[in-house]
Design a protein around this ligand. Structure first.
Ligand SMILES: [Zn+2]
Length: 349
C-alpha cells in the first residue's frame, strides 16, 4: 500500500514536472517569438570603428606619416580649410620642432613626434599652429612686410647720416664728404665696402681728414644702430605671427575635437628646449602658455567642438597621394579629391 501510494506520488510529481517543463518551453518560445528589442547595442564601450579609408591609409603609410595625415585631414575638414590641398613632410631628425614653409607645406621633425608620441591632441595643436601660419598668409606677407620695414629704417638712417655728413661738411671746409653719402647709404645693411672710399674727397686737409674719420665713425654707428633696430622689429613681427598662429591653432584643434589640454602638453615639451624662456623670433614659452590659457577661457573648447562636428560627420575623409614635389604627402582638397577622372566626376558634356 505504501509502495502503491508512493508510486502514485512519484507519477504525480513526474506529471507535474512535465507540465511545468512544457509551460516553461512555451514561455521560452513565447519570449523568443517576440520582436527583438529596438534599443541599440551597447556600442559606447566598444572600440569605435575606423573608416575603411583610414584602415587603408594605416596599411599604406609609414607610421609617422599616417599620424600626420590623420591629424591634418581632420583639422582641414573640421575647419573648412579643405578647399585646397595640403602638403605634409616628416623630417627624420631628432629636433623638437615643426614649421610651415613653401606653399601649404607643413613639416614636423621626428624628434617632436617622439616627444609627443601617441598624444594626438598635442600633435594636433602643433600641426594646427603650422596650418594657421599658412592660412594667415604669414609666409606670403612676411617678406613684403620685412622689405617695407627695411625701407623705412633705411630711410631714417639716410636722413640721420645726411645730417651727420652735413654737420661734418660745415665744420671741415674743403672736403667733399657729401659726395660719399650716396655710397654710404648704398652700403647700409649690405656691407661697408663703399664708406671709406666715398667719404674722403680731394684736397682734404689734415684737420678735415680727422673730421671725416669721425664722421665716418658716426655713420658706422648709425648703421649699426639701425641694423639692430631692423632685426628687433623683424623679430617682434615674427612673435606677433606666433601668437596669431597659437590662437588660430588652438581654435582649429578644438574645433576638430582634440583635447585642448594637448596645447599645454606641447608647450611643456617646447618649454624644455634651451632658450625657450626668452623672446627670440618666437615669444617666450611662458607667454605663449598664458595666452593659451586666456583663449581657453574665452573660447571654450566644447563650444568650438560643436562647430566642427557636423562637418566631420558629413564630409568624407580627405584622400591623399604623393605630391608632385616628389618629397611630401599631398592631402587632397574636397573639390580635388574623390578619385577617378575629375572631368567625369564633375562635368557632364
Ligand atoms: Zn610658428
Amino acid at each position: 500500500m505504501y509502495a502503491v501510494k508512493s508510486m502514485f506520488k512519484k507519477n504525480a510529481i513526474l506529471a507535474l514536472l512535465a507540465f511545468v517543463s512544457i509551460l516553461l518551453l512555451q514561455m521560452n518560445l513565447f519570449v523568443e517569438a517576440k520582436p527583438k528589442p529596438q534599443t541599440p547595442a551597447p556600442a559606447r564601450t566598444q572600440t569605435p570603428k575606423t573608416d575603411p579609408a583610414f584602415e587603408k591609409a594605416k596599411k599604406e603609410l609609414p607610421e609617422d606619416l599616417y599620424i600626420g595625415y590623420r591629424i591634418v585631414e581632420r583639422l582641414a575638414r573640421a575647419n573648412k580649410i579643405d578647399q585646397t590641398p595640403w602638403r605634409l613632410a616628416i623630417v627624420d631628425e631628432y629636433n623638437v620642432n615643426a614649421y610651415a614653409t613653401e606653399i601649404n607645406l607643413i613639416a614636423i621633425y621626428t624628434g617632436l613626434i617622439d616627444q609627443l608620441q601617441g598624444d594626438v591632441s598635442a600633435l594636433g595643436f602643433v600641426l594646427a599652429h603650422e596650418m594657421a601660419h599658412h592660412v594667415k598668409r604669414h609666409n606670403a606677407i612676411g617678406p613684403a612686410q620685412q622689405a617695407a620695414l627695411k625701407e623705412k629704417i633705411q630711410k631714417e638712417a639716410e636722413e640721420q647720416v645726411n645730417q651727420e655728413i652735413q654737420s661734418a661738411n660745415n665744420e671741415a671746409v674743403g672736403t667733399t664728404i657729401l659726395g660719399g653719402a650716396a655710397q654710404v647709404i648704398g652700403g647700409l645693411f649690405g656691407g661697408w665696402g663703399n664708406v671709406a672710399g666715398g667719404a674722403v674727397g680731394q684736397g682734404t686737409t689734415m684737420m678735415a681728414q680727422d673730421r671725416v674719420a669721425r664722421g665716418q665713425k658716426r655713420v658706422e654707428e648709425i648703421v649699426k644702430e639701425k641694423t639692430a633696430e631692423l632685426e628687433a622689429k623683424i623679430a617682434e613681427q615674427s612673435r606677433t605671427y606666433e601668437f596669431e598662429a597659437d590662437e588660430q591653432g588652438y581654435k582649429y584643434m578644438a574645433t576638430a575635437g582634440f583635447d585642448p589640454e594637448g596645447c599645454m602638453r606641447a608647450m611643456t615639451v617646447l618649454g624644455r628646449v634651451p632658450g625657450s624662456e626668452t623672446d627670440t623670433s618666437h615669444p617666450a614659452v611662458p607667454k605663449r602658455i598664458a595666452q593659451l590659457e586666456e583663449l581657453m577661457a574665452q573660447y571654450p573648447a566644447k563650444d568650438l567642438e560643436k562647430q566642427g562636428e557636423l562637418r566631420l560627420k558629413t564630409i568624407k575623409p580627405l584622400s591623399y597621394a604623393p605630391s608632385k614635389d616628389g618629397k611630401t604627402l599631398r592631402i587632397n582638397s574636397v573639390p580635388g579629391g574623390g578619385g577617378g577622372d575629375p572631368f567625369d566626376r564633375k562635368l557632364s558634356f
